[in-house]
Design a protein around this ligand. Structure first.
Ligand code: PEP
Length: 258
């Protein structure tokens, strides 16, 4: 059984005061949800607030994730953050978010290097993939997503892959208010993502990896995704900045295995 995982990606939002306020507003409800172990809840604040969020959530069962990292371990890389710098504050790290790929030109090769570096430093990667609108409209989603998965998995062992979380995030659904349908997202995750993993590592590994859907998830539409057999949770952007909304989304995770 795959434990559902709901993660909030705050992106480049909040300040120290509002990050603190947000965690305090969600802490009690989220810790109750996380306490029984049936749902994993992860908060991914910007780098400067990782330490604060980690401190505020310590002992609650709520987990913390970073939104990015570099793959080198140390040295002359001004402005970058190394994996070992994150482990004191974060358990997870988002890798290959479409905003990193599009705005900061992160290639499949860089994404793959980051996954290796994260795993080597005891961080659990949340690996993002997903197609642009044009690819979707041309009916090329399967080829595109399979290609991203093959590239991201280069050189990883089956055991390493079992420890990954993958987030299927169609770019046309991120921040647009136009979410995919539950059935549509389930098909891409089941056929393209688990299909690619099965080709590479066998069906057993493909079925063991947790795969989230991400893209305009809200408290209103989460049920549509969480009931799908191949969807194990959500990576949530905008709605994770509203305490009540994110609590409701995480609570929906309980419906997964009930
Ligand atoms: C995201 O940040 O990965 C995301 C899916 O954003 P949103 O939920 O706002 O679409």
């Amino acid at each position: 059984m795959r434990t559902p995982i709901l993660a909030g990606n705050w992106k480049m939002n909040t300040n120290l005061a509002s990050a603190t306020e947000l965690v305090n507003a969600m802490k009690n409800d989220l810790s109750q949800l996380a306490a029984n172990g049936n749902v994993h809840v992860v908060l991914c604040p910007p780098f400067p607030y990782l330490a604060r969020v980690n401190e505020l959530t310590r002992g609650t069962g709520i987990q913390v994730g970073a939104q990015n990292m570099y793959y080198e371990l140390k040295g002359a890389f001004t402005g970058e953050v190394a994996p070992a710098m994150l482990v004191d504050f974060a358990e997870y790290v988002i890798i290959g978010h479409s905003e990193r790929r599009q705005i900061f030109h992160e290639s499949d090769e860089v994404v793959n290097k980051k996954i290796h570096a994260a795993l080597a430093n005891d961080l659990k990667p949340i690996v993002c993939c997903g197609e642009a609108l044009e690819t979707y409209e041309n009916g090329e989603t399967d080829v595109w997503v399979r290609g991203q998965i093959h590239a991201a998995m280069q050189g990883l062992s089956a055991d390493q892959v079992r420890g990954l979380v993958i987030a299927y995030e169609p770019i046309w659904a991120i921040g647009t208010g136009k979410a995919a349908t539950g059935a549509g997202a389930n098909a891409v995750i089941g056929i393209s993502i688990r299909g690619a993993l099965a080709d590479l590592y066998g069906e057993d590994v493909a079925q063991s990896v947790r795969v989230q859907y991400g893209g305009s998830v809200t408290a209103k539409n989460i049920d549509e995704f969480i009931v799908q057999p191949d969807i194990d949770g959500a990576l949530v952007g905008g709605a994770s900045l509203k305490a009540d909304e994110f609590i409701a989304i995480c609570r929906a995770g309980l419906k997964k295995n009930s």
